[in-house]
Design a protein around this ligand. Structure first.
Ligand SMILES: [Zn+2]
Length: 303
């Protein structure tokens, strides 16, 4: 089976199509005019969920500015025909629409809507959890249409926080893949290894450190293959492959409950037998595993 050599081609949460229009964020006249324009679309978000319809195809439901919840107007961007998109965090009720978040619909939405929801929930979480100046504790105010918070006392600026995390598919000399189970996971769930990047560390160093900490292996040929935002709540997942010349696994019992090598036939058999469940297609993990496997996995869980 041929494994493609290139980068990951499809990542559910990395499909946004809008121009983020960063040059408009400080233009108060443009922002006010956009808010007064009835073509402008506002996506209400509350606790990571937004209004969604499922028929005829999954899509976000927007409201005109006049029907938006009260709250800070966060500019998401402008589409090709000049329509502006904002999000506002707050309770909402949109007739005929369901409420759904990224885990449920992130992979089902079209490219534009997937990108909008990913951006909106990331901003919502950041504003909800970064209300005070980290220097002096004063309450901060929103600036730059939601992409900066400023301290009125000392002027310190805070930018939306993103935590880089590496996720890596490790293969052994027989091209078997390493899958493991994290401590909080259901008994049959398996995935590849992952971890947060530490201060003062490169991405490649983080891959090598995490693999060694979690299963005791040394890796080489760390290769970057793609990334996607993972605002659950505030990560950016960076996907890698790595190769090891070792096969003996020494899992850290604090982080890994079970770790094993799988051939392609062995993985298919384990999934067919219901012994393990692979990650769903929303995740970069699934895309890395499918790239190694050479196609879709059997019994892949629904989005
Ligand atoms: Zn301050």
């Amino acid at each position: 089976m041929t494994v493609t050599d290139g980068p990951l081609e499809w990542l559910a949460l990395a499909r946004g199509t809008l121009d983020r229009a960063a040059e408009r964020r400080g233009d108060d006249a443009w922002l006010a005019a956009a808010w007064d324009d009835p073509r402008t679309r506002v996506l209400p978000v509350h606790e990571g969920r937004a209004p969604v319809v499922h028929e005829p195809a999954p899509a976000l439901v927007f409201v005109p500015p006049a029907q938006a919840p009260d709250g800070d107007r966060l500019l998401l961007g402008v589409d090709a025909d000049g329509t502006a998109y904002f999000t506002v965090a707050g309770e909402f009720a949109v007739e005929g629409a369901d409420r759904a978040g990224l885990r449920r619909v992130g992979a089902l939405l079209g490219d534009r809507d997937s990108g909008l929801l990913t951006h909106a929930v990331a901003l919502e979480h950041w504003h909800a959890t970064h209300r005070f100046c980290p220097r002096c504790g004063t309450g901060t105010r929103v600036a730059q249409a939601g992409h900066v918070r400023v301290c009125p006392r000392d002027g310190a600026q805070q930018f939306p926080r993103v935590d880089p995390a590496v996720i890596m598919l490790v293969t052994d000399p027989d091209d078997r893949v390493l899958l493991a189970r994290g401590p909080q996971w259901p008994a049959d769930r398996r995935s590849i290894l992952a971890g947060f990047v530490e201060p003062g560390e490169s991405l490649e160093q983080a891959v090598a450190r995490e693999v060694h900490e979690e299963v005791g292996l040394h890796v080489r040929d760390v290769r970057y293959l793609g990334s996607q935002p993972w605002p659950m709540p505030q990560s950016l997942m960076l996907g890698f492959t790595a190769v090891t010349d070792e096969t003996e696994l020494r899992p850290d019992p604090e982080e890994i409950l079970d770790a094993a090598w799988y051939t392609r036939d062995g993985l298919r058999a384990a999934i067919d037998a219901g012994e393990i469940v692979a990650p769903g297609p929303l995740s970069i993990a699934a895309q890395l595993i499918m790239r190694w496997y050479g196609g879709e996995l059997p019994n892949m869980p629904p989005f």
